[in-house]
Design a protein around this ligand. Structure first.
Ligand SMILES: Cc1cc2nc3c(=O)[nH]c(=O)nc-3n(C[C@H](O)[C@H](O)[C@H](O)COP(=O)(O)OP(=O)(O)OC[C@H]3O[C@@H](n4cnc5c(N)ncnc54)[C@H](O)[C@@H]3O)c2cc1C
Length: 496
């Protein structure tokens, strides 16, 4: 039922100065109470939970380290609802967090203790243009649903590899996909962003309209507004070849060497890519080719390896959907604490092996002490990935224009008391990457936002010119700096 106090507020969406005066002297809790009541009035009580929160929604974050109890949860159903919520947040001067899929493991990025959680999962539409060239996707959709929907039409997009991950955060952080070497990052394949700005205006950012904002959103994160729709160019890829093998962990060096050989020789075939994840008990290698094939020659270095201990997926002509479905089983759905981390370097077998050995010793000791599981992942980045970004209008990320690698790790553990000890393994591995790479002339300053941990500063790695430009754009579209000052946390420009 409409709370009478907010009738004029919802109609005009914004209180006059005289009404703003009524906030003077109110403490934070009183302002939050009013803001949440206003939100209920404006977008419906069924879309705003206050007091009796749905615990399933509270607990939606992938990492237990992110679970926090908001004062209320707003679940807008469309851009107009988001506009109302943004104006309410601004007016009442309260803190908020934005959440699409909740898969960032960084505490406070997409959860909040005591403020307003704006959960976008009801804005999850997936539609296709009549010519199948553009897919329009809500931020609250998950990549699994996106892949299934597009598969039925014989196409795909450059998006996320793991089905449960959300659309919103992944694209705004860049978005690395299997075929990014061929087509660029997800953000590079966006035609248009629909965004709610800090003043509540719903606008579009594309090559012709708000072109500066369009550039900024391609990797600039949650600094400019709430994106309510992504229009992405589709790619003509559906039928693909892949295989997935598990090697004994004592073959890790041989696999790393094969990776380097493929990066130097095979990866110029841009249809080929490799997923390499070294765990504590085995080495997983996924070979993926973005077209139907039969043992593509690009992967020759891997065919020379000792036989795998398990053919998890024997060589197969499948589809992007069958691959995505398979990958849904590769991440634990147990409620655990998680972290990830990002570093980039040039390609070098000795460097890969040296850091791997340092990491493995520490990760084994950490498992012994805490039960934590950790992985060591080399993501191959061909020069063409950066070139695609430039060819498609440019982005602010400053990705090195050379073949290189983005190391990452996924860390799972249970006890909050072990947070520091467990995280110190990947923190020290990052230091080792940086130190050894620097000594050997192999360092690159780029840090991929979507793999960056809470204490890293990926935006700073985009380069000073890009940062200055991003800050100017943030100021132009958000004069009062709502997204810097009232947003709970995140990779914010104010922290760079
Ligand atoms: C299992 C797993 C697999 C992954 N695989 C990939 C991968 O293949 N490729 C890749 O690039 N990354 C990958 N990632 C990293 C992933 O892209 C990031 O964690 C990303 O933040 C998740 O998006 P989300 O919407 O689920 O995140 P959320 O936690 O909901 O949001 C992350 C950040 O984005 C902001 N945000 C979210 N939606 C909006 C919006 N609509 N408008 C403005 N700001 C918004 C949030 O406030 C927060 O700061 C993976 C992560 C996990 C855990």
């Amino acid at each position: 039922m409409m709370d009478d106090r907010f009738k004029s507020f919802c109609a005009s969406v914004g209180l006059g100065d005289s009404q703003s005066q009524t906030l003077v002297g109110l403490d934070l809790e009183q302002r939050l109470e009013l803001a949440c009541s206003a939100a209920q009035s404006c977008i419906g009580t069924e879309n705003v939970a206050v007091a009796s929160l749905n615990q399933t929604v509270v607990d939606e974050n992938w990492s237990q380290s992110c679970i926090a109890q908001p004062y209320c949860i707003a679940q807008p159903t469309n851009a107009n609802d988001v506009a109302q919520i943004v104006k309410i947040i601004k007016h009442f001067g309260v803190k908020f967090a934005l959440r699409s899929g909740g898969h960032s493991p960084n505490p406070g990025w997409s959860s909040i203790e005591g403020g307003i959680l704006v959960d976008l999962q009801k804005i999850n539409q997936i539609t296709l243009s009549s010519d199948n060239k553009v897919a329009s996707i809500g931020p609250g959709a998950r990549w699994g649903e996106v892949t299934s929907t597009l598969d039925a039409e014989g196409i795909s997009i450059i998006g996320g590899r793991i089905p449960a991950v959300g659309v919103g955060g992944l694209i705004l952080g860049g978005g690395f996909f299997h075929f990014s070497g061929e087509f660029g990052l997800a953000a590079d394949n966006v035609k248009n962003f629909e965004i709610v700005l800090a003043n509540g205006n719903i606008t579009n950012a594309n090559a012709n309209e708000n072109a500066d904002l369009f550039w900024a959103l391609k990797g600039g994160g949650p600094n400019f507004g709430v994106v309510t729709r992504f229009d992405l160019y589709t790619v003509p890829v559906r039928d693909i070849w892949y295989r997935w093998d598990m090697y004994a962990v004592n073959h890790a060096h041989a696999v790393l060497d094969a990776m380097v050989k493929w990066q130097n020789e095979g990866s110029s075939d841009l249809k080929s890519t490799v997923a390499l994840i070294i765990g504590l008990e085995g080495v997983t290698v996924g070979l993926i080719y973005s077209a139907p094939a039969d043992q593509p020659s690009a992967f020759a270095p891997f065919y020379e390896l000792p036989p795998p201990i398990a053919a998890i997926v024997p060589p197969l002509n499948g589809t992007v959907k069958t691959l995505t479905d398979f990958l849904s089983n590769t991440f634990s759905d147990q409620p655990l604490r998680h972290d990830y981390r990002a570093v980039s370097t040039r390609i070098d077998g000795q460097l890969y092996r040296d850091v791997y050995e340092l990491w493995r010793e520490r990760a084994l000791a950490s498992r012994q002490a805490t039960g934590a599981n950790q992985t060591f992942t080399i993501q191959p980045i061909p020069k063409n990935l950066a070139e695609q970004g430039i060819a498609k209008g440019g982005n602010p990320m400053g990705i090195p224009r050379e073949d290189h690698q983005w190391w990452t790790t996924v860390v799972d553990w249970t006890s909050a008391g072990d947070d520091d000890a467990v995280r110190s393994v990947s923190i020290d591995a990052t230091k080792a990457w940086n130190t050894l790479a620097k000594e050997r002339g192999l360092d690159l300053s780029f840090t991929f936002t979507n793999d960056a941990s809470r204490d890293q500063n990926p935006l700073a790695s985009y380069g000073m010119d890009n940062i200055n430009k991003l800050k100017q754009i943030a100021l132009k579209y958000d004069e009062a700096q709502l997204f810097q000052k009232q947003q709970n946390d995140g990779f914010l420009l104010s922290k760079v």
